[in-house]
Design a protein around this ligand. Structure first.
Ligand code: 13P
Ligand code: SF4
Length: 365
């Protein structure tokens, strides 16, 4: 068999040539292939997806597809989830291995274990703390949760997951996104004075033992560099300019931004809400630019106006790494009988991670 095709020659092709190759390869691979596309993907890639969705929907789709190849146009943790929920029985491919998530990288197993050990000096975390990891995290952190009575959540089921967690143990250690944790817990009636932030660069996360004993939510000090660009002042300016306009935020936005918003929810929730709008309605949306631009185009014909929350261009640079060149390269290799960029989670990690993911899927059902 000829050697695997190299990415270099694909990088020299223009988007049009890559498009033609992607369409041709999809035809040849037929039902053996499913391309999953997250809402933050750029149009040139998104248009080729067989299924699109937020993190939750895509993980559920991955779990049910019987396709041999799943090409995941998203970021690394999403492809890991697809490999875990399919028990490694499908070939999951991430077109560009550099497509990571900077927020997911803000927590790692060493730091989380250190946190757990430090908590153990003050309380018995395995009895009184449920570790909850946002799906935007490495597989070994999901495994950590699986091994310590914890669970995974996404931005669309965080509340249900926290309710489940608090019904079992009195405290939650939530990582890596402090904002999703804080915004969700606050809506459930947990006060800001009942939350502690865990700064992983400092002993005891920068807290006193008393603060940790009192806290119901311990929030890892992680954040999304894209969503932190949205500011309360953007909302104030919009409300002054567009009386009656509606504001929607992703729950990764800061507390002050979510508090000033009319609606808060996942990417799928944002799409559903705006698509149900009536002519003449006007929305300001605080989430990634590719989704907002696509939605603005889609809603134009229905006379619904959609604006991006920040005056500066901010998109997820790692989502943007997946381009038509990498997609064409992975598909042409599959046609030629080669698998490039397969994502595999080792069994000893996948098993406990799967337990935490399965719990999440049970809780939301
Ligand atoms: P969703 O779960 O809403 O798709 O969000 C994923 C993500 O990475 C948001 O930054
Ligand atoms: Fe990660 Fe933020 Fe990009 Fe989502 S938008 S993938 S949280 S860096």
């Amino acid at each position: 068999m000829a050697a695997a095709l190299k990415i270099d020659s694909f990088n020299l092709m223009d988007d049009g040539e890559c498009d033609a190759r992607i369409v041709a390869a999809k035809k040849i691979l037929g039902s053996r292939l499913k391309i999953l596309g997250h809402h933050y993907q750029r149009n040139e890639v998104f248009q080729h997806a067989d299924f699109t969705g937020d993190s939750l929907k895509l993980s559920q789709l991955a779990a049910t597809t019987d396709a041999e190849f799943i090409v995941f146009c998203g970021v690394h943790f999403m492809a890991e989830v697809a490999d875990i929920v399919t028990n490694g029985e499908r070939t999951v491919i991430l077109p560009d291995l550099a497509a990571g998530c900077s927020m997911a990288d803000m927590a790692n197993l060493v730091k989380v274990r250190k946190c757990w050990a430090e908590l153990s000096e003050i309380l018995n975390p395995d009895e009184c703390v449920t570790p909850v990891t946002y799906i935007n995290s490495a597989a070994d952190l999901k495994a950590f949760c699986g091994q310590h009575g914890g669970i995974v959540c996404t931005s669309s089921n965080a509340r249900a997951v926290l309710e489940w967690s608090f019904s079992r143990r009195g405290k939650v250690l939530f990582f890596p996104d402090q904002h999703l944790g804080r915004n969700t817990a606050y809506k459930m009636g947990i006060g800001l004075d009942e939350m502690a932030v865990w700064d992983f660069t400092r002993p005891l996360g920068g807290n006193t033992p008393e603060q940790l004993r009192r806290a119901k939510m311990i929030l890892w000090k992680g954040f999304c560099s894209v969503h932190q660009m949205f500011q309360p002042a953007h909302i104030d300016a919009f409300r002054a300019r567009v009386p009656g306009g509606k504001v929607i935020s992703h729950p990764e936005n800061a507390f002050e931004v979510c508090n000033k918003s009319d609606f808060v929810g996942s990417t799928e929730y944002i799409l559903r809400t705006v698509r149900a709008a009536h002519p003449g309605e006007h929305f300001l949306i605080g989430t990634e630019l590719n989704l907002v631009n696509r939605l603005a185009d889609e809603m134009k014909d229905k006379q619904v106006t959609v604006e991006f929350m920040s005056p500066t261009v901010c998109m997820c640079s790692t989502m943007f790494r997946t381009d038509p060149q990498h997609l064409a390269w992975t598909l042409d290799n599959l046609v030629a009988g080669h698998t490039v960029n397969r994502i595999r989670v080792p069994m000893e990690v996948a098993k406990p991670a799967r337990a935490a993911l399965d719990l999440m899927l049970e809780v939301v059902d």
